[in-house]
Design a protein around this ligand. Structure first.
Ligand SMILES: [Zn+2]
Length: 293
């Protein structure tokens, strides 16, 4: 996030001095301005911005969080929580995959770091039922103050699949997909994807966007929101399972790629034009039944 302020070095009627964390730049013609040249109030503003950027929620800086993530990871892969790898293995994530996603264990919670490139920008905690009663609180929690983050473990994969939850995203990633989700559930998913610029080229190119959200009301709403925003959507369906993780848990890992290829091939395709047509013709039920080529 860049803050624009009025440049103190020229007659500036509209703010044209951009404050970055290590320099300032005047788009009104002054060019590069070293931070130490700035008046004190602007220097402070720039420093505050630097702090915001480096904060990672829970009172941690990103650097502190990086160290914690390493320690948690060690705890799970080599340390006292090694035996809890079995819980992940039951969900299709073996030690090698856990290492790849830098999963860890904080003592009573599994830890799922949110990475941007190599940088740790946040973390999600998943209650470990061995230490904490599954029914006694939410299954997931975030460090206090952590913003909603994009979780995208495999940006080099194909196709881009919008999904719901870190485990769904990890499993789809192991099947070769570029899965994306949000760290705060389905409700914030579409606006986060828009804000992060993930979807722009799909709208421009009119290409199909794959969606593998949960087969419940919130999951269907994500499909609807995307179609309303002008995307062509391929909605993946599976029998007798709520989410991708459940559906994949029923087949051996060696068959995941072929299962994903089947979902790609057999998904329901929704397009904005058809959606409008469906609305006029029969409302929600008609749209839900619609399968177009
Ligand atoms: Zn200027």
């Amino acid at each position: 996030m860049v803050v624009l302020v009025r440049c103190p070095y020229h007659e500036d009627s509209t703010p044209s001095l951009a404050l970055y964390r290590d320099h300032a730049f005047c788009f009104g013609g002054c060019g590069l301005v070293p931070l130490e040249w700035l008046p004190e109030n602007l220097r402070e503003l720039s420093a505050r911005q630097r702090e915001t950027r480096e904060r990672a929620g829970g009172g941690f800086t990103r650097e502190q969080l990086r160290v914690l993530v390493e320690a948690w990871c060690w705890n799970l892969l080599e340390g006292t929580r090694r035996h809890r790898l079995s819980w992940l293995e039951d969900r299709g994530i073996d030690a090698q995959a856990a290492r790849r996603f830098r999963l860890g264990h904080s003592g009573a919670w599994f830890t799922i770091p949110v990475l941007q490139g190599r940088e740790v920008v946040g973390v999600r905690f998943r209650r470990d039922p061995y230490y904490l009663d599954e029914d006694e609180g939410p299954k997931y929690r975030n460090p206090k103050g952590q913003p909603v983050l994009l979780y995208r473990p495999n940006p080099g994969g194909w196709p881009l699949v919008v999904t719901e939850g870190e485990f769904d995203a990890m499993l789809l990633c192991l099947a070769g997909c570029d899965a994306v989700t949000a760290t705060a559930g389905a409700g914030s998913l579409v606006s986060l994807l828009e804000r992060e610029g993930i979807l722009g080229r799909y709208r421009r190119a009119g290409s199909v966007l794959h969606v593998a959200t949960d087969q419940d009301a919130a999951g269907e709403q994500v499909v609807e929101q995307l179609v309303r925003r002008g995307f062509r959507v391929c909605r993946w369906r599976w029998e007798g399972a709520k989410d991708v993780s459940e559906a994949l848990a029923r087949v051996p890992r060696s068959q995941w790629s072929s299962r994903v290829r089947r979902w790609i091939r057999e998904g329901e395709v929704w397009s904005p034009r058809r959606e409008r047509k469906g609305l006029a013709e029969g409302g929600l039920d008609a749209r839900c039944r619609m399968v177009a080529g």
